[in-house]
Each structure stands twice: as structure tokens, then as C-alpha cells.
Design a protein around this ligand. Structure first.
Ligand code: ZN
Length: 143
């Protein structure tokens, strides 16, 4: 599968069976997923959801959504603080099927995912402190 490096934006080809390892970008050599928010498409999400067992939080957002724009920098702050958790964002306008499958009814919605299933979700924008507190309740589980 292809994952866009959040640092230099180039797409890296990643074998599905290596998704849970530390993934280094072939161009900028920074670690993909560690400390940064990765943009995912519907199909990229499907690959990750089915092949990764790592704890992951996904921000479902859209361009026209004011609270989503307020939330985005808060999400990035917490991503840099909690490198053990993988942070991703999915534009709901570009992922209508997935949004429907996951019953995303309002945005922003944050979904916590692990081992191929949803652990928890939160609807509405959250400040970094509340987001971090929510994640840390689940984040001790790093297996
Ligand atoms: Zn890179």
C-alpha cells in the first residue's frame, strides 16, 4: 500500500505485513506516523484497518467545517506528544462510503481504533488537553 509521508508529502510503498513496524520515509528518512498526523484516503484506511494492530486515532473532518479547522492544530499538538499512538485524518467529503459504514454523523468525530475494531469515539471539537486525557485512558495499551 501507499502512505503519504506527513513530513515531506511523498508517497511511500509499504508492504501490508510491515505496517506495524516503525516506518521510515524513503525520501526524508523521518518516521511516518511518529509524532505527526497522516492523511488517509478511504482505500488507504481500509488497508490499515485490516492489516495493522496498532492503536490509532482518526480525525474525520471536512474543508467546510469550522470546528474541524479549530480542532486540527490541537490534534497535531497531541500527535507530537503521544508518539506511541498513530494519528490520522480522513476527509469525509472524499470518503463518503467509509463515513457511512462507520456511521459518522457529525464532524469532527474522533475514532479510536485497534486490532480491526473501534474502541471508542468522540463527536465534537476538543482542546488538546481533553483529547490527550481521553487518549491516555486508552494509550497505556501499547501491545
Ligand atoms: Zn518523508
Amino acid at each position: 500500500m501507499l502512505i503519504r509521508c506527513p513530513h515531506c508529502k511523498i508517497k511511500n510503498r509499504i508492504p501490508e505485513d510491515r505496517l506495524d513496524e516503525a516506518l521510515q520515509c524513503g525520501r526524508c528518512h523521518q518516521t511516518i506516523f511518529e509524532g505527526a498526523v497522516v492523511d488517509l484516503s478511504e482505500s488507504e484506511w481500509a488497508d490499515i484497518a485490516n492489516h495493522s494492530n496498532r492503536l490509532m486515532v482518526i480525525d474525520f473532518w471536512a474543508e467546510w467545517c469550522g470546528p474541524c479547522k479549530t480542532m486540527a492544530p490541537q490534534f497535531e499538538i497531541v500527535a507530537s506528544q503521544l508518539p506511541a499512538i498513530r494519528f490520522a485524518k480522513i476527509n469525509t467529503d472524499l470518503a463518503p462510503n467509509l463515513s457511512s459504514t462507520l456511521a459518522i454523523r457529525s464532524i469532527p468525530t474522533l475514532l479510536l481504533w485497534k486490532n480491526g475494531r473501534e474502541l471508542d469515539r468522540r463527536a465534537g471539537a476538543m482542546p488538546a488537553s481533553a483529547l490527550r486525557a481521553w487518549l491516555e485512558r486508552h494509550g497505556s495499551d501499547r501491545s
